[in-house]
Design a protein around this ligand. Structure first.
Ligand code: NAD
Length: 256
């Protein structure tokens, strides 16, 4: 379906970004994967994906907290048809205790990078007459939780930017949408389980159901594969008239 298209997925050497990159490659897209590191494993990951899906996969290191590096990533990638803004970090603290460097990093990586990569991609997408921008926001782009002020602010900002870009590109064959996952079982989330078990003196199943998935009515994690499938759907002809919207993948969280 996406044969001949070039996709860039930011923050894609693990977790959701990797799941999305794999789905795009499975559909025939050539893919650029990215993170801020530049080591042998990153390049080996690209080579193994290329062999598995018989597409071109390139790893390009760029730090999404730096505006110029966001723009350089797009310039180095080539003619980008599909942009998936996925890179993101989290920090949990009360507003009055929130470290300023953590606030700045979350706003830069989770939100401002989306502005830079999008701005760098749009001229080429307009010139070539096709483009798909998918922003991996969050249920926290639509709702809030205490102690996640920077993350909630950034993700709400991404949803707002998604709508603005959709309006600015509405008459071009370009769409811009946000996917809003609830909890997805990525290595990042998996790593929180042992500490939470110790903190609450609970077993693994109870931590998952009553703590992590407390707000997720389905009581099931979304998967990276499902987020990838929603991304390829938004790149499919069925989604040509879907723009400026949010697609929740949250087991009913935002229906509460
Ligand atoms: P993850 O930590 O597994 O992946 C984050 C990715 O971003 C990694 O590849 C990491 O290397 C990269 N990254 C971090 N800082 C970067 C930087 N400065 N420059 C470039 N890359 C950088 O986490 P994840 O759970 O897969 O999260 C991916 C996205 O999905 C994030 O935007 C996150 O907010 C969002 N999200 C995750 C969940 C969840 O439950 N896991 C839920 C909703 C939204």
């Amino acid at each position: 379906m996406l044969s001949g298209k070039l996709a860039v997925v930011t923050g894609s050497n693990s977790g959701i970004g990797l799941g999305v990159a794999r789905k795009l490659a499975e559909q025939g897209a050539n893919v650029v994967i990215n993170s801020f590191t530049d080591n042998a494993e990153d390049h080996a990951l690209a080579a193994s994906m290329a062999a598995e899906f018989d597409v071109k996969v390139q790893y390009i290191s760029a730090d999404m907290s730096k505006g110029q590096q966001c723009r350089d990533l797009i310039a180095k990638a080539g003619d980008v048809d599909i942009l998936v803004n996925n890179a993101g970090i989290q920090h949990v603290a009360a507003v009055e205790d929130f470290p300023i460097d953590k606030w700045d990093a979350i706003i830069a990586i989770n939100m401002t990078s989306v502005f830079h990569t999008t701005a760098a991609c749009l001229p080429g997408m307009r010139a070539r007459g096709w483009g798909r921008i998918v922003n991996i926001a969050s249920a926290h782009g639509l709702t809030a939780s205490p102690f996640k002020s920077a993350y909630v602010t950034a993700k709400h900002g991404v949803v707002g930017l998604t709508k603005t870009v959709a309006l600015e590109t509405a008459e071009d064959p370009i769409t811009c949408n946000a996917i809003c996952p609830g909890y997805v079982l990525t290595p990042l989330v998996e790593a929180q389980i042992p500490d939470t078990m110790a903190q609450y003196d609970m077993d693994r199943e109870t931590v998952i159901r009553d703590v992590l998935l407390q707000r997720q009515p389905s009581k099931q994690f979304a998967t990276t594969d499902q987020i990838g499938g929603c991304t390829t759907f938004l790149c499919s002809p069925s989604a040509d008239q879907i723009t400026g919207t949010t697609l929740s993948v949250d087991g009913g969280w935002t229906a509460l």
